[in-house]
Design a protein around this ligand. Structure first.
Ligand SMILES: [Zn+2]
Length: 121
């Protein structure tokens, strides 16, 4: 198998699926831990879609996304590992759902020292 990011040739059991790509372990971890660049287009598209549907705050979120939101509301801020552990979900699942919260401008990631925390807007 070939990593779709760095083109490294890796054994099939060391390939990880991430955002529709097949990645080697290094690229997978980098993709999970690297702060995602802001995407103003995605943010305004998400906001427009929600406004059209009359959604505000946590309206229209899935139960899991609401759980992440509520967890951050209670804790103020938390690392991805803490949230994934507390909610019993995989880091990838958290990443996908957190992206929705971010695009709805409900939550964001911030870096403190070497740690990346997720927090509400
Ligand atoms: Zn790779």
């Amino acid at each position: 198998m070939r990593c779709e990011k760095c083109q490294a040739d890796v054994p099939e059991d060391e390939i990880y699926g991430h955002a529709g790509m097949k990645l080697c372990e290094d690229c997978y971890i980098a993709a999970l831990t690297r702060p995602q660049p802001c995407d103003p287009g995605a943010v305004s598209a998400a906001r427009t879609a929600r406004e059209l549907q009359g959604q505000k705050g946590t309206d229209g979120l899935t139960p899991l996304q609401k759980k992440i939101y509520d967890y951050l509301k209670e804790k103020g801020k938390a690392t991805r590992e803490e949230i994934a552990g507390a909610l019993g979900i995989s880091p990838e699942e958290l990443q996908n759902n957190f992206a929705v919260l971010r695009h709805c401008e409900l939550a964001r990631a911030c870096k403190e020292g070497d740690a990346i925390y997720l927090t509400l807007m």
